[in-house]
Design a protein around this ligand. Structure first.
Ligand SMILES: [Zn+2]
Length: 238
């Protein structure tokens, strides 16, 4: 597909639903837990690769765009899904198809995007179990052991409670495209230039269509740098 065709194909609506999300820089977390339990990067291999993770899905249009991109640009994504949000179910069959082809992975992002550090152990388990069950019911897919704590907020209590319900791999990130709330494509692209590197784990959000409005430019950057995208399952081999 030529670049022009890609752009035409991606003639996307500007409709955006923007919800704020606190994004912490990598490494800024509760000091009470051992950092080696949390994933920030992916192991390096002979192939240059990075893991592109996409959270939330507050915008159905944006989520639909990412699913199209996975297909059109042959990119792999790991999505962290809060199970209370309707857009995931609106794209149910497309997601099923991409899951079956191993092109995307779905991870647990709690039921309603709760700050897990504010809950007790039972509450933490309930959030993760509710999300787990809905993913399983919808796609017959087991999201364990990967979860991302909303807002990147995590502590030892969260790590232990999550592990008790099978979520033993908390996933944070090395770099963010900083697009959970208001931004510009220029802002996103400059973050992509900084963070699309070998071994990186990137966080992105399907909350508005700013990134996806010029997605071909992000795809071009991946290609130019000879990078492959991998899901976390592929990156960690489990
Ligand atoms: Zn989130």
């Amino acid at each position: 597909m030529s670049e022009f065709d890609r752009r035409a194909f991606l003639g996307l609506s500007a409709a955006a639903l923007v919800l704020p999300e606190l994004i912490l820089p990598a490494g800024v977390v509760d000091s009470a837990f051992a950092a080696n339990q949390v994933v920030y990067s992916i192991p390096k291999t002979k192939t240059k690769r990075f893991a592109w993770t996409v959270d939330d899905g507050f915008s159905s249009t944006a989520l639909g765009n990412y699913l199209k991109f996975a297909h059109v640009f042959d990119l792999k994504f790991t999505f962290f899904m809060p199970s209370a949000y309707a857009p995931w179910y609106q794209h149910k069959s497309q997601i099923k198809d991409l899951l079956q082809r191993g092109q995307i992975q779905i991870g647990n992002h709690t039921h309603n995007h709760a700050d897990l550090t504010r809950l007790n152990t039972a509450g933490i388990k309930k959030q993760l179990t509710e999300c787990h069950n809905r993913i399983e019911d919808t796609w017959s897919y087991n999201a364990k052991p990967y979860f991302r704590p909303p807002f990147g907020r995590i502590n030892q209590k969260v790590i232990e409670a999550a592990a008790e319900v099978g979520y033993t791999t908390p996933v944070l990130w090395y770099g963010t495209l900083a697009d959970s709330g208001p931004t510009s494509f220029y802002g996103i692209f400059s973050k992509a230039q900084k963070y699309f590197q070998d071994g990186r784990l990137i966080i992105d959000h399907a909350n508005n269509t700013i990134a996806s409005s010029q997605f071909w430019r992000l795809a071009q950057l991946v290609e130019k740098r000879n990078l492959q995208t991998v899901t976390l399952r592929e990156a960690f081999g489990r």
